[in-house]
Design a binder for this molecule. Structure first.
Ligand code: SF4
Length: 372
C-alpha cells in the first residue's frame, strides 16, 4: 500500500513487530482530516462508484439468559434472575413470526444472537435454523458469535469443526463478528474474564472460513484499552483476512456504558467521543485495506456522525434494524427508517443501494448492472 501517513511495509510487519504497532498507534495522534482523506482514498479505490449500501433486516436475540456476565453487557440476565421471571427464550414459532414481519417489511436477512444459556444446546439452535430455512429459504441467516459457537460445541460434546459443520447443515449461512470487543487477552481478561480468548475467537472465524463460508468482524472500543491494543485488534483481523479472505465487512462501535457493571465499578468512566469514533473508523479503513466493506455505526452514534463516517472510509450504513435489544439496554437508542437512511446517504453525497447480508446487491429501480 502507498500511504501518505505510513512508511512502506509497516502494515505488513505483523503483530510481533512492536515498533510497527507503535508506529501505527501513532495514527491516533494525527489530525482527523488527514486520516479521513487517506481513508476516503482507500474507500474510493475499493468502491469507485460512490455507492453506499445498507440492509433491511432484523436483530433477533433469541435468549437474554447468559452465564458469562461480561462487565460491559446490560442485556444479559442470570439463570437465577430468569427463574424470577426476568429472562426469556424464544420458541420456534415466535422466531418465525418475527421473520415473517421482517419479510413483510422488505427484509432480506436476520441477525440472530443470544446469551449463553446454560440449558440451551445444539438441538435448540439447529431446530431453529432448520425451521427458518424451511419456511423462509430466501432469508439469509447471519447468526451466532464465536462465544455462542463454543458454547454449543461444549453442550454438544463436539469439536469446533463438527459444530460448525452441523450448524452449516442446519442452515447457518454467515457468522457475525460479535464478541470480539478488543482482541487482546489483557482487555478481555479485564472486561469479560469468563469469555473466550482472542485465539478462540480467531479460531472460530478461521475454521468457518475454511469451510468456504463468510463472516463479519467487529471491534467494540472505548473501554479503557490503549491505542496499541486497538491496532493489535485491527492487525489480528488483517492477518486472518490475508490468510482466508473470509471477512465481508468490519464494523466498529463505541462501548455504551449505561446499566452495566463496568460503569458501576468505574463511576467516573467517560464514553468515547464522536471524534474518537471517527478517527478510529478512519484508521480501521486504512489498516484493513484487505476487507472490502466498512460499516458506519448509526446505532451507537448520532446520524450526523455516521454521515461524516461516510467521508472517513465507510461505504455501508449497516442495517435498518427493525428490532435491536442489546445496545438499547445500554443506553443507545438511535432509530431510523429506510427512507431516512436513504436520504442521509444522498445528502452525504452518495447513492444508496440495498444489499443482502452477504453483500450481494438487491436489484431495485434505478440500479444498473454496471453498479453491481
Ligand atoms: S456480551 Fe454476550 S456473552 Fe457477554 S454477558 Fe452479554 S450476552 Fe453474555
Amino acid at each position: 500500500m502507498t500511504s501518505a501517513l505510513l512508511e512502506k511495509g509497516v502494515l505488513d510487519a505483523g503483530l510481533e513487530d512492536r515498533e510497527a504497532v507503535r508506529k501505527l498507534s501513532g495514527l491516533f495522534e494525527r489530525d482527523f482530516l488527514d486520516l479521513a482523506q487517506e481513508a476516503d482514498a482507500v474507500r474510493k479505490r475499493l468502491h469507485p462508484n460512490d455507492i453506499v449500501t445498507y440492509i433491511v433486516d432484523r436483530n433477533i436475540n433469541y435468549t437474554n439468559v447468559c452465564w458469562v456476565a461480561c462487565s460491559f453487557c446490560a442485556f444479559y440476565r442470570t439463570k437465577r434472575q430468569a427463574q424470577k421471571g426476568d429472562g426469556y427464550v424464544l420458541g420456534v414459532e415466535q422466531v418465525l413470526q418475527k421473520i415473517q414481519e421482517t419479510v413483510d417489511l422488505g427484509g432480506t436477512g436476520v441477525l440472530m444472537q443470544g446469551g449463553l444459556h446454560p440449558d440451551l444446546g445444539m438441538e435448540y439452535i439447529t431446530q431453529l435454523f432448520r425451521a427458518i430455512r424451511k419456511e423462509f429459504p430466501e432469508v439469509q441467516v447471519h447468526a451466532l458469535s464465536p462465544a455462542e459457537i463454543w458454547h454449543y460445541a461444549d453442550k454438544g460434546g463436539l469439536s469446533l469443526d463438527e459444530t460448525l459443520v452441523e450448524l452449516k447443515k442446519a442452515g447457518l449461512q454467515s457468522i457475525p463478528g460479535g464478541g470480539a470487543e478488543i482482541l487482546t487477552d489483557e482487555t478481555r481478561g479485564r472486561i469479560a474474564p469468563a469469555k473466550n480468548t482472542t485465539e478462540a475467537w480467531l479460531e472460530v472465524m478461521e475454521t468457518w472460513h475454511s469451510l468456504g463460508m463468510k463472516s463479519t468482524a467487529t471491534m467494540m472500543f472505548g473501554i479503557d484499552e490503549t491505542y496499541e491494543e486497538r491496532i493489535e485488534h485491527l492487525l489480528q483481523i488483517r492477518n486472518l483476512q490475508a490468510r482466508t479472505g473470509g471477512f465481508t465487512a468490519f464494523i466498529d462501535w463505541t462501548f455504551q456504558p449505561d446499566n452495566t457493571t463496568y460503569l458501576k465499578k468505574h463511576p467516573d468512566f467517560k464514553k468515547a467521543s464522536s471524534l474518537d469514533y471517527l478517527k478510529t473508523t478512519a484508521i480501521s479503513r486504512i489498516v484493513l485495506d484487505n476487507v472490502a466493506n466498512i460499516q458506519a455505526s448509526w446505532v451507537t452514534q448520532p446520524m450526523k456522525t455516521a454521515s461524516m463516517a461516510l467521508h472517513a472510509g465507510c461505504n455501508d450504513m449497516g442495517s435498518i434494524m427493525i428490532e435491536e435489544n442489546v445496545v438499547k439496554k445500554a443506553g443507545a437508542s438511535y432509530h431510523t427508517s429506510e427512507e431516512e437512511l436513504r436520504s442521509v446517504i444522498e445528502r452525504s453525497g452518495f447513492r444508496p443501494a440495498k444489499r443482502t447480508t452477504l453483500y450481494d446487491r438487491v436489484l431495485e429501480p434505478g440500479v444498473s448492472v454496471e453498479d453491481i
